[in-house]
Design a protein around this ligand. Structure first.
Ligand SMILES: [Zn+2]
Length: 138
């Protein structure tokens, strides 16, 4: 019974193969590496070997990487809103004759999307946008 179900699903999905990217939508079969996997309820199903596995873990990973902003410091540690970071090199600031000195502690950062991905307040400078590659987690 389940075999015929898989086969009918296979042929229902197969005509779409040419005009959409199946590979990027679902991961390949972990057993036989077939790229023609498709979603069947909560499971991913491989039409070629019949292997079924949970898509939940995969989905959780996908949504966390696409919906959640991940900002890493100079060491690759993941930063979070409210963290305290330390500036690792002197940073020139537009409109100021002085630099933000290496070693300056910056409290209560806020992560943003973009080139300068940390919003914060720096003592003596005020509101500032920094690049996460120039700081490390305190
Ligand atoms: Zn397979």
């Amino acid at each position: 019974m389940w075999v015929s179900q898989i086969i009918s699903n296979y042929f229902l999905h197969f005509p779409n193969k040419s005009n959409r990217s199946v590979m990027s939508e679902f991961p390949p079969c972990p057993k036989c590496k077939s790229p023609y996997t498709y979603e069947s309820g909560l499971l991913l199903t491989c039409p070629e070997c019949g292997h079924e596995w949970s898509a939940e873990a995969v989905k959780a990973e996908e949504s966390s990487s696409s919906d959640t902003l991940v900002v890493k410091d100079s060491n690759g540690a993941i930063l979070q809103d409210g963290d305290t970071v330390v500036v690792i090199k002197d940073l020139p600031v537009k409109g100021y004759s002085k630099n933000i000195k290496s070693g300056t502690k910056v409290k209560n950062i806020r992560l943003t999307d973009g080139d300068h991905n940390i919003d914060c307040k720096v003592d003596g400078f005020g509101a500032m946008a920094l690049k996460s590659i120039f700081v490390r987690k305190a």
